[in-house]
Design a protein around this ligand. Structure first.
Ligand code: ATP
Ligand code: MG
Length: 563
């Protein structure tokens, strides 16, 4: 319901801005258009609308303008017009997201998953989560859990979940059909030899074997007979300019415990074989994948053609890359293995676990990744656009607090010992107020202290004006100055009861493709005493510093979320 209130507030503010006063009926109308589900709770919607419209109508024009800044009304192009999915029919679209559980999901997976999920939703279709688990060497249950949790956190729901490894017997059956029709053969050549011949566009003698001989070799592989070795290859086209068509491998032996099937199988299919078959069998209509697979489209259709199976439509989109971030398991996994980062949720990582821990909102990720749509144009954005989205979501609900990084002491002679009550948010009344006690001793941020000049009058934000009398290393001395005129410079401060706090500030993990040794900075400082009341995981805005999430309350350790 908290979200509903935000939507109500947004439209009440907009309505008031447009017409001077907001009207309950108009506001409710717009809210229902945005959140159709709210219809189920009309009583509550109307009562809340009355309350919020009342609040908004008591605000000044300036306050309304200010409050509106934190909301967004312009819908993203793709959002408004939907995804441009070719040949899509209402009620008939089936999509799937097929991650391999060989690592934690990252923001690139979020893009693929959202495209699949939203395409299905847009056309009232079905969305399948398919765990692509056919390489026991790389995969684990932990990663399956991480994928499921990541998607749930993003708000992505699947209608069905399947595991490719549950279809092994079917896949063997299809392999045998290919053997029968001489579309596949067992190759017993050495890896090196196969590679060299493929590159040269030459077939080997295995290619010439009859179907019944291949069947015998295949059976030996399946039975794991002693000495049986080889791989199953597709009989493609050795002359093809498309190297993907030069007799690619379909099955290979991996003798390792599988997290789900244990030791049941040792002959495992490759992606190029199982992906088209699973898509076809599961009824997928639109099989989306990233552009780098384009060269393998021909193979995808050749396998389905040879098996006489229904052909889904392949839809390609660009892979999400983010500047100086390892948005790929190939880059991520080594950072974990070499302990360059402190786990999968290290705040510098682009994994969903890390983004969550850092305070990035799932809706910001959704808007960000969908803004690229189904386009194939390659780009390498930075984090900025995501952070802008995130800020819009946090700004209306994050409590404001004073935090002073690298504190420098300020003594104000004759400062009356006093207490101020400050709003926790400039416009969101729900966040209430907090009390701040002041004595004649304060701390300011070093950056502010460095800037101040002797003789200058500045304001301790929301408290008093101070004239800086003396500045020496590590100590500022001042006296109280009059309330008029209001000085331009306003600085955050802490005084009585301030608490030690630190902020982990994640930076670019890679620079020129190499690990950046300075990717994690720590800002140490003092935070106002009301931080004691924050719950672990709370996201606040430290004034003139940025949004931060309380990561470890016992240490008063925050993570920098957003500027
Ligand atoms: P990685 O390089 O991270 O191992 P992958 O493609 O091997 O990537 P999978 O788990 O097989 O990882 O991916 C599942 C799906 O997610 C695939 O359809 C893949 O195209 C898509 N995907 C993976 N990384 C990205 C990315 N950076 N941008 C968009 N889609 C991605
Ligand atoms: Mg992969």
């Amino acid at each position: 319901m908290a979200d509903l209130e935000e939507v109500l507030r947004k439209h009440a503010l907009k309505n008031a801005q447009e017409h001077g006063k907001a009207q309950v009926k108009a506001v409710v109308g717009r809210v229902l258009a945005e959140v159709p589900d709210a219809k189920k709770n009309m009583k509550e919607v109307i009562s809340k609308a009355n309350e919020i419209v009342g609040e908004v109508n008591r605000m000044s024009k300036e306050q309304i303008e200010e409050a509106l800044k934190s909301y967004t009304f312009v819908e993203k192009k793709e959002e408004k017009h939907g995804l441009r999915l070719p040949e899509a029919e209402k009620g008939k679209v089936v999509t799937r997201f097929p991650p391999e559980p060989s690592g934690y999901p990252h923001i690139g997976h979020a893009k693929a998953a959202f495209l699949d999920y939203e395409a299905a939703r847009q056309f009232d279709g079905k969305f399948i989560l398919r765990i692509d688990d056919t390489n026991p060497e790389k995969e684990s249950e932990e990663y399956v859990k991480a994928i499921e949790e990541g998607l749930k956190w993003l708000g992505i729901e699947w209608n069905e979940e399947s595991y490719v490894s549950d279809s092994m017997l079917k896949l063997y059956d299809y392999a045998e059909r290919l053997i029968e029709t001489r579309d596949a053969y067992v190759c017993t050549c050495e890896q090196e030899k196969i590679r060299a011949k493929r590159a040269a566009g030459m077939g080997c003698k295995c290619r010439e074997r009859e179907a019944h001989e291949n069947r015998k070799l295949w059976d030996a592989l399946l039975k794991n007979s002693s000495g049986a070795k080889g791989i199953l290859r597709f009989r493609g086209d050795m002359d093809s300019l498309n190297t993907a068509m030069r007799d690619p491998a379909l099955f290979r032996i991996i003798k390792k415990r599988h997290f789900r099937q244990h030791f049941k199988y040792h002959l495992w299919p490759l992606y190029d074989f199982e992906a088209p078959i699973m898509d076809s069998l599961e009824g997928v209509t639109h099989a989306m994948r990233t552009k780098e697979y384009e060269l393998r489209d021909e193979l995808y259709y050749a396998i389905l053609h040879a098996l006489n199976l229904r052909k889904p439509l392949l839809v390609e989109f660009s892979r999400l890359q983010i500047k100086n971030a390892p948005v790929s398991k190939r880059l991520l996994n080594p950072l974990i293995e070499k302990h360059k980062v402190k786990g999968w949720d290290d705040p510098r990582l682009p994994t969903l676990a890390a983004l969550k821990r850092r305070g990035i909102q799932p809706d910001a990720i959704r808007t960000f990744v969908l803004s690229f749509g189904l386009g194939k144009a390659e780009s390498e954005p930075g984090w900025e656009a995501l952070l802008v989205e995130n800020r819009k979501l946090l700004d209306p609900k994050a409590q404001r607090l004073f935090f002073v990084p690298s504190p420098v002491k300020l003594v104000v002679k004759n400062a009356l010992v006093r207490e101020v009550e400050l709003k926790s948010h400039p416009t969101n009344e729900k966040l209430g107020t907090r009390k701040l006690a002041a004595s004649d001793e304060f701390h300011l941020a070093e950056l502010d202290a460095d800037d101040l000049k002797a003789g200058e009058v500045f304001r301790l934000k929301d408290l008093i004006n101070v004239r800086l009398e003396k500045k020496s290393k590590g100590l500022l001395e001042g006296t109280i100055a009059g309330e008029e005129p209001m000085p331009k410079r306003k600085v955050q401060w802490v005084s009585k009861g301030a608490l030690k706090a630190s902020v982990l500030v994640p930076g670019d993990l890679l620079v020129d493709g190499e690990y950046n040794e300075k990717s994690l900075q720590v800002d140490k400082g003092l935070v106002e005493p009301s931080a004691k009341g924050l719950e672990q995981g709370a996201i606040v805005q430290f004034e003139r510093y940025g949004f931060c999430k309380l990561d470890d309350k016992s240490k008063m350790q925050f993570i920098f979320t957003n500027p």
